[in-house]
Design a protein around this ligand. Structure first.
Ligand SMILES: [Zn+2]
Ligand SMILES: [Zn+2]
Length: 221
């Protein structure tokens, strides 16, 4: 077992595996290569190292699971990431679209002690500024529904933009420019599965979203 903190690269892998497992997805090397934007051979080599160092275990079907220490390390880096996002948002007033990539650089160097200190200073947030749950607070977001499952005519509050979208700067900038950020109140106008679009009204303006995008945006009724 490795008693030290894993490298930044390993922390990135651990974070992605944790989030995928949390969402009930089957995690295999090919998926990781996509999410981390690295080549499949690189993923294979890194996973081999992670297995050797006790962070992950692989089933005979090549499904990837975190070990107990891997799980703890993943929870630690995600917590540091999300709390850094809060600092950047509240203290430096960075736009929502920039929080994820900026926090991504800082998270690896932050100590657990400073992370705990930030958590207290930020009044103990249970979700990140995008509405994704801090590890251990997954229950907080369970009753929010994907926007794609809302009913036409319904007024809803945007609660969460899934981690999958956080790193997509173009998409985040688009959402932000339309006011589609956590806390925004939307009127659901129409959901057209055959057209794969969702139309919402926000601040008197109509915005058309793709169904796939609407599936990653969560609302409360
Ligand atoms: Zn993030
Ligand atoms: Zn976030």
């Amino acid at each position: 077992m490795n008693p030290n903190r894993p490298s930044a690269t390993i922390e990135d892998y651990l974070g992605v595996i944790y989030t995928r497992n949390r969402d009930g997805e089957r995690v295999i090397a090919a998926r990781l290569a996509e999410s981390l934007d690295v080549s499949p051979p690189t993923v294979t080599a890194t996973l081999r190292r992670m297995q050797r160092d006790g962070w992950v275990s692989l089933t005979s079907e090549k499904e990837i699971f975190l070990t107990e220490v891997g799980q703890a390390a993943a929870m630690s880096v995600i917590k540091r990431h999300m709390l850094t996002e809060w600092i950047l948002s509240r203290m430096l007033k960075l736009p929502l679209s920039e929080l994820h990539r900026e926090a991504h650089h800082i998270e690896h160097t932050l100590s657990a002690e400073v992370a705990d200190r930030i958590r207290v200073e930020m009044d103990g947030p249970r979700v990140c500024p995008h509405g994704n749950p801090l590890p251990g607070f997954e229950g907080e977001v369970q009753h929010w529904l994907p926007l794609s499952e809302a009913s036409p005519g319904q007024e809803v509050t945007l609660m969460r933009i899934h981690e999958k979208l956080e790193g997509n700067y173009e998409m985040m900038t688009f959402l932000e420019s339309k006011g589609l950020i956590p806390g925004a109140v939307l009127h659901v106008r129409e959901i057209l599965p055959f057209n794969e679009t969702v139309g919402v009204l926000i601040n008197g303006q109509e915005v058309i979203l793709g169904l796939r995008l609407a599936e990653e945006i969560y609302v409360s009724g």
